[in-house]
Each structure stands twice: as structure tokens, then as C-alpha cells.
Design a protein around this ligand. Sequence first.
Ligand SMILES: O=C(O)c1ccccc1N[C@@H]1O[C@H](COP(=O)(O)O)[C@@H](O)[C@H]1O
Length: 213
Amino acid sequence: MAKMFDVKICGIKTQEEVALVNRYPVDYMGLIFAPSKRQVTLEKGKKLRSMMRKDIKVVGVFVDATYEEIYRAIVECDLDVVQLHGKETNDEVIKIPIEVWKSIPVENKTSLMQIKQYPDCDGILLDTYYKGSTGGTGHSFNHQWVNEYGDIPKKLILAGGLSPDNILSVLENLVPDVLDFNSGLETNLMKDPLKVDMLFNKIKHYEEEMEDE
Ligand SMILES: O=C(O)c1ccccc1N[C@@H]1O[C@H](COP(=O)(O)O)[C@@H](O)[C@H]1O
């Protein structure tokens, strides 16, 4: 059976977290270079990248960084994808020489109209709008708005408060190209082995059920 969606685990910041995530069928790991509780330096990102399983693609997360900062991270940490989480424009997206995902902060149905401002990005990442924060808040939005919006002619990455507790009800409503997990897999800001295991058990059962239907 063809794979229904990819899985990204973001906010990786320690060697222990890389070793944990390497044991699961993960497609992307995310390194946050923006100011955050999960921020890593280029040096740390490079080290963590070298420990990741070779088939896993690495996503660098930035908030209103300069082109030079992004380019340096692409080269030093051998990034596969750049995720832009700030007020970057389509003109900035075009310049980036690798795959780019632009995050859209979703506050209400009309927030989704912003997708049209990014004709040149490869992926649209939908995350929950949260006043005073750029990401990693653990809050979800109403996924029904995405179905009502209609076709999104890009890779669709769904983020915002996804966790082992809500993943099955999320998938009842919406099956994106990539499911993006971050704070929902943490305890005390560290990826929690029990939560990660619970997530992949649920995904496995979901895929088996879909195969039987
Ligand atoms: O996680 C962060 O600290 C962060 C900081 C700045 C920009 C983005 C950040 N994380 C991204 O936010 C979404 C949703 O995360 P969550 O599941 O709600 O915790 C995800 O794409 C992270 O990559």
C-alpha cells in the first residue's frame, strides 16, 4: 500500500533525541535556528545532522532570517528543506536554492487566503496563529477550514499541537502530505520516548485499518 503521509519531528536539539527518533519511521527531522527554547546553533545543528539516519530529510526552521543566514545553515548543516516561519515574502522564497515550506499562521478561515501569496514555495505549512508567538505553541486550529478552502496545489504540511492524543481524530478530518509533530511529543521540553512510541503505534494501527478497508 502506498504511504498515506510523511511524518516530521521538529525541535530536535540533543543527541538523545536524534537517537530516539532514528528508531522510528520518520521522514523529516527539524532543527530550529530561530530564537526559541528549542534553538540550536549551526555547530550543534551540524553535529546532530551527522547523527541522523541517512534517509531522513532535514528541515531548518527560520523566522525572518537573512538570506545569508539561511544559506550558511543550508551549507553547514546540509539541509534538505527550509521552513520559513515569519513574515517572509514570495520574493525571498524564490531565492532559496532548496525546497521551501512557508508557514501560514491560521487564526480563522480567511487566514488560508494567504496561501495565494506564495506561488513559488514548494510546501505550505499550516500552523496555529498564537498572539506573540511564531511557533511551537502546542495549539491546534480547526482543520475543517482546510477542507472548506479546497485544493491546495502544494505539498501540505499540517502543524500546530499535533500529539499522540489527537492524531487519530485529526486524520478523520484531514490527511495532509506531512504531519508535523513538535511540543506534543515532549515532556519538560524533551522528546519523550513514551509519547513517541505511542504516536507510532497509533499511526501503524491507522495504516493497517486503512489497508483493510
Ligand atoms: O518550536 C519552536 O520553538 C518554534 C519556534 C519558532 C518557530 C517555529 C517553531 N516550531 C514549529 O511550530 C510548529 C508547531 O509546533 P507545535 O506542534 O505546536 O509545538 C512546528 O512546525 C514547529 O516546527
